[in-house]
Design a protein around this ligand. Sequence first.
Ligand code: 13P
Length: 342
Amino acid sequence: MNKETLVEIAQAMVAPGKGIIAADESSGTCQKRFDAVGVPCTEENRRAYREVLFGTRGLEEYISGVILFDETIKQKTADGIPFPKLLADKGIMPGIKVDAGAKKLAFHSEEKVTEGLDGLRERLADYAVLGARFAKWRAVITIGPGIPSRACIHANAHALARYAALCQEAGIVPIVEPEVLIDGDHTIEQSYEATSATLKKVFEEIAEQGAFFEGIILKASMVIAGKGAVHQSTASEVAEATIRCLLETAPRNLAGVVFLSGGQSDEQATAHLNAMNQRGGSSWPLSFSYSRAIQNPVLKIWAQDHAAHVDCARDALLFRARMNSLASQGKYSEDLEKNRPY
Ligand code: 13P
């Protein structure tokens, strides 16, 4: 492990005006996304769709890195260029999802624990050879009656910490992602409590495992009322509660914080990130690592006609990337959506 290199990579991931595209949907998740737009989820379709994303000219102006899935990091363009090379050649760092998914937690039927530590050291070494500069591990925390339990938070925090340490040992920057789900009718206060308890435990475990914070990116969920809540949070409520929660729990020397979109609409996810950056007072760069909120329009357009709509799909990607880049600097405004190319 070279500490300086890890810090350089982590800082480049959250360089001013830049964020990350999460394109690491597992084949199962891809199936759901493709089903929704009527595209058969074949290996070739997954490859072709990712080529649309990664081949977008000018993407590097707004995007520092792309998170890939095991299948994707080994795939190539139609012309035979490996995806990690295609990205790296234009200055976008390839990353890799390394967890094996969230599985049922024993004795806690409503909760999950993320698996994937077995053999992780060897897999990380292989991914480093394939060009991965950073990795991602997602834990899932559910809010409901009596949950999240301490058992769920502790099990997931411990796994995230062991993953983070293994990544740094391999010279790969860990994105640590404890996602508190937006599903449910919980209040923003309940979201705050669950997020705060989770982050505290995650950073305690990371410190115990000896990983160093300057070489870690936190991928956080925003503190926000559940999708089914009577009172839906305003952008300023989300910004205030999320920043307060992060300041209360996250180490000041963390390299940066990126957010997942978690089922928020494209515009909401952008507006919330913008509100946080306009508010200021955070100790870290706050940027994005969206999957759905950046890819939704792209997939819809491409699904209509794969061959004829590639340019339109790429315009949509570039537009959302630019909107989120502006939001990461507090320079976005809803008015800009009028210029949407889709
Ligand atoms: P969403 O932005 O769709 O929540 O996905 C982000 C992600 O990478 C989840 O692990």
